[in-house]
Write a protein that binds this ligand. Sequence first.
Ligand code: URA
Length: 221
Amino acid sequence: MSENLSHSAQESRPPRADKKEELLVQIDRVVKTCHNCRLWRGATHAVPGEGNPNAAVMFVGEGPGYHEDKLGRPFVGRAGSLLDRLLSKNGIPRGEVFIANAVKHRPPDNRAPMKDEIRACLPYLMQQIKVINPKVIVPLGRSALEVFLKEKTISDVHGKGFKVGNRVVFPLYHPAAALRSTSVLQILERDFKDLLKILHGDIIPMEIEVKSRDKNQMKLI
Ligand code: URA
């Protein structure tokens, strides 16, 4: 995709606030015509992501589901309603954060995205992170976690902050998992309360060893 993006979207320093929207639109445009993996074939709409281009917090889900695919927007189905409820309960307007996914086209039959699909889509997520420059990245569930903290399991790291370069990665259980299990919902609700504390530095994130991240993950910082 790099040839299709302007030079400034690829620079290592984050762009000026007033340029970010334009750069995100450029990324969206490339995502919408992307054939880098098989997923586009079964999809109705690409779902690049949406939200505040200057967000301090960026959520990363797994991939679009049925409703997201129909509308071309992330987290607009049942899992999205739960995410909205958690945001609102914690005083965070949805429009203030940015919401994206590890893969931008819907995997068929609600299956999880495959590793090669996530790898093929990773450059888009990396570009979005570079442009938005969030302080905190919140991977939702296992597939998104793997992008950021490869060797960790969501059951071990949910609700803990990890310093990755100059950002904090704060993994949470996926809202869809919370819809299937009351105990996961309770954990998610409890963890979510720490998000603003993580953002404001009231909880000190753990340092993570560089060797536990692969080369692609290194580029995220
Ligand atoms: N689940 C996800 O992981 N992402 C969405 O956008 C919707 C549901």
